[in-house]
Design a protein around this ligand. Structure first.
Ligand code: HEC
Ligand code: HEC
Length: 91
């Protein structure tokens, strides 16, 4: 099969799209949960197979307060554990 000019352009567009998706995924990922006493219960609950959406409802108990707010420009989503993975030690 002979590749035409159009095939080449198509290929470049696909590759650019994949690159953008891969880079975006990395930048959306926050830091993992710290392996300290405040976060260990969450990591352990997940390791036991707890539901992610139920578990992360406990995050805002500390992080939504004025004392420990999320950084400005933080992604405006509530699904904490989707981006902040449980501590590696308990995974
Ligand atoms: C008992 C209070 C408390 C709860 C509940 C809590 N955190 Fe934290 N979190 C803290 C404190 C205090 C710090 C800052 C000290 C530290 O870095 O360990 C912190 C720091 C963090 C950090 C920053 C780590 C870093 O390297 O800077 C992330 C990410 C985080 N928490 C995510 C979460 C998520 C996600 C949840 C829910 C699963 C959660 N936290 C639940 C108190 C809490
Ligand atoms: C869409 C992905 C995403 C979701 C969902 C998310 N975060 Fe984050 N989080 C990030 C990214 C990316 C950063 C680093 C941003 C920055 O430094 O400005 C971050 C930073 C943080 C930090 C500061 C740690 C540091 O970098 O010093 C804390 C604490 C935190 N997130 C807690 C939470 C909590 C609690 C929730 C749920 C209410 C949550 N995050 C939901 C992506 C996410």
């Amino acid at each position: 099969m002979k590749l035409s000019r159009r095939d080449g352009i198509f290929l470049v567009i696909i590759l650019a799209l994949i690159t953008v998706l891969v880079l975006n995924r990395g930048s959306e990922q926050g830091k993992p949960l710290p392996a300290d006493d405040a976060h260990r219960p969450f990591s352990e609950a997940l390791a036991r197979g707890a539901d992610r959406e139920t578990t992360e409802q406990g995050c805002v108990r500390c992080h939504a307060t004025a004392a420990r707010p999320l950084p400005p420009g933080h992604p405006p989503k509530e699904q904490c554990l989707f981006c902040h993975r449980p501590a590696p030690a308990t995974r």
